[in-house]
Write a protein that binds this ligand. Sequence first.
Ligand code: FRU
Length: 490
Amino acid sequence: MPCSATKLEEARIYEAREGAAIPAEARPLFHLTPYVGWMNDPNGFCFYQGAYHLFYQYYPYDTVWGPMHWGHAVSTDLLHWEHRPCALAPDTDADAKGCFSGTATTAPDGRLLLLYTGVQDDGNGGAKQLQCLAAGDGTDFVKDTANPVIGEDLLPDGGSCVDFRDPKIWYEDGCYHCVVSTRDAKDQGRILLYESPDARHWTYRTTLDSCHWEYGKMWECPDFFPLDDRQVLLVSPQEMEGSADGEFHAGFGTVALLGHYDKAQARFTREQVQTLDYGTEFYAPQTVLTPDGRRILIAWMENWATVNEAPRRHRWFGCMTMPRELFLQNGRLYQRPAREIEALWQNTISRRERLNGTAAYEGIAGRHADLTVTLDAAACPDCRRFTLRFAADERHATELCWTPSCSELLLDRNRSGSRRDIPHIRRIPAAPQDGKLTLRLVLDGECAELFINGGERTMAIRLETPAEAKGITFTAEGPLQMEITHHQLG
Ligand code: FRU
């Protein structure tokens, strides 16, 4: 069925007019926001013809979720994004109810391939989710006439096309591979592996892993890649249960399954499970391999559970995290800000302080900052608690409180401008490493991202705090030795 260009053209005309009218000051500096309207998951994150391309779940016409399009932006440094015309609109029989999440890969002939979930009517008042292909030059994409290319007939026993989505495609050893998530008849999330010689004709190979009712139910948005000597499977589970040790919180989660992959047998052996981000807003991450070999991750910096509670202050809604570099350390998956951020550093201040009480320091303030505080816990056994307050004025403050005696970090954003009854508190494990605890906080307007101990744990946090609340203060209850490095970002 040929696709009518009308919906796509409409979206492109609309966004060019409305998106261009949004002033740069109404957006974060380097967290990608939609051109106009609504954004959720990152899609098709890739490096293609000399630039990073990041597509995203997009509804240009309103700041709430609607029939899904794919928005598109490009960047050479993962921080400054340029909007490109809408890439996909729900305009064929195979995706009339939405172009859901998917990924991209470069074909041997140089075309950029997008593999995504097309949602279509099931003829009984419901919807089916099946996988569709589009190919293009990095701006314009033509949907395959054979769509859906992974249909219902390719679902293994127990799989269901009610939940069958979010393909991650890659090309390796002369063949295309993709993993797709589904919820089976027993209500558990499963990650299915498919293979194809041409990205159009697929065969089902195996189920790589499933949640066994342990880490949530449906697993959304899988990513699957090698990192050093391990294999990483990222999934975003719905309906997670919280755990007593603070590793998993209830609700929507993002989980990294670390293990080994036997390619020849297509067998993934899971060895370890950890949360990917412990903040209040983080979901559906995707990764890209950079030309210099780094694995970079970007996630949607929102939470489905609270998204309808969030105020609509702008003509856009939803944003992405900053790019984060993944690496393995101490047997865990770590994340640190991509080093590209260093090009934004300005007016660097470094201090060593011995603190007992509350202090603010000249030049350390603002809402666009990259701040690192290293607490010398081993040298200061009498310090009972440390609190970092940011985005603060007389009425507002977002607090990170660390209690050494129980190695716990508490996020409190009860005074971060929200008037809604959403989670404002998170408690997570945070133990010193070699006697020190390091907190690196990256601020970009209404976005805050925390990296603990060089990336052992991270927290993505959205703030509603007014832009004028710029204060940063440090409080030690009991004497504390610390080092501070503060860069403004601009
Ligand atoms: C995850 C998700 C995906 C789906 C998309 C729809 O946030 O639910 O599973 O493809 O959003 O917008």
